[in-house]
Design a protein. Structure first.
Length: 318
């Protein structure tokens, strides 16, 4: 199959015309991949008049607006065709650029959110109840940083068509009670605590509180609860085998089963607990136990009419 000539059509598209026993075959000089990101080109040592084809001639035959041309690859292919005297086929001479989407805003917390599955013990076993202590901070301590989103960078295909990119989305994060933020548009926001306490990260708000509220039971699903600042208010039951440690007051609204409670100040179980945390005089308390009346009597033999009594403790209370 011999090359007869290179044919340049009126629309600027250049093709090679080859003759064989079946007739004439028109072969495009360049082709573009279906996704428009790669262009390949065929290089011939001579044109239809027998004259060598220059690098510039091949560049002129590229489609108008062509982008991403690899001039080194083009020059090398032209030189090889001249040197060997044979066509060099399907050389990749242009490559498009994919669009680069922007990065969404990101928050970097200075504390662990407490979603560990457990703590490894010295013997290599895992204590699934121990998930690590709650995150606590001192006044003026760094809590989190919020980086702004970045803009997207558009790309293009080899025919010069623009490929748009998506900008990153901002991440909503607000400063709640006990937290202040500093920073402007397009710069990193820094969140700092204005009080000592436990970090509460709920939905899109970052807060610091001196009371940790747990709205469920303390069990294997929740893990043990330990805080080294503030008080703990548990609205459910502390189940068998669980451990709870508070630096200040510890309050359980429901029932304490065979569990371990530790507190630096008062441990209170039953009703009226919200009044205590608010510094108000409680009206009454409820105490639940599986002990017999005789066992309860023996436990509180020095007290009469234990209903409505507050039982403070500088440690554990049972």
């Amino acid at each position: 199959m011999d090359l007869e000539r290179l044919l340049e059509r009126g629309d600027g598209l250049v093709s090679a015309v080859e003759a064989d026993e079946d007739g004439l075959n028109v072969i495009p000089l360049w082709t573009v991949s279906e996704d428009g990101m790669t262009m390949t080109m065929n290089f011939y040592p001579k044109d239809c008049f027998g004259d060598p084809i220059s690098d510039d001639k091949y560049r002129n035959w590229l489609p108008e607006g062509c982008r991403g041309v690899d001039n080194d690859a083009l020059d090398a292919a032209v030189a090889e065709a001249k040197k060997t005297g044979t066509p060099v086929m399907e050389v990749a001479i242009a490559q498009g650029v994919e669009p680069l989407n922007g990065r969404d805003g990101q928050v970097k917390l200075s504390f662990q959110k407490g979603d560990d599955v457990g703590t490894q013990q010295k013997d290599g076993s895992i204590n699934f109840r121990e998930r690590g202590g709650m995150a606590c901070v001192a006044e003026g301590e760094h809590v989190a940083s919020l980086t702004p989103p970045t803009p997207g960078k558009s790309g293009f295909d080899v025919l010069g068509n623009e490929l748009p990119a998506k900008d990153g989305k901002p991440l909503p994060l607000k400063a709640g009670n006990g937290v202040t933020s500093a920073g402007g548009d397009g710069v990193t926001h820094v969140f700092t605590s204005t009080m000592a306490g436990m970090i509460v990260f709920k939905e899109d708000t970052l807060s610091v509180s001196d009371i940790l509220e747990i709205n469920s039971d303390v069990d294997l699903a929740s893990g043990n609860v330990h805080v080294d600042k503030g008080s703990i208010l548990i609205k459910g039951t502390v189940t068998t085998g669980a451990e709870v440690t508070a630096q200040d007051n510890l309050v359980v609204e429901a029932v304490v089963e065979n569990a371990t409670l530790r507190a630096g100040n008062d441990v209170t179980v039953g009703g009226g607990v919200r009044d205590i945390l608010l510094g108000q005089q409680p009206k009454d308390f409820d105490i639940a136990t599986n002990a017999t009346p005789e066992e309860v009597h023996d436990l509180f033999f020095s007290r009469h009419g234990c209903g409505g009594e507050n039982l403070p403790s500088k440690g554990s209370a049972f």
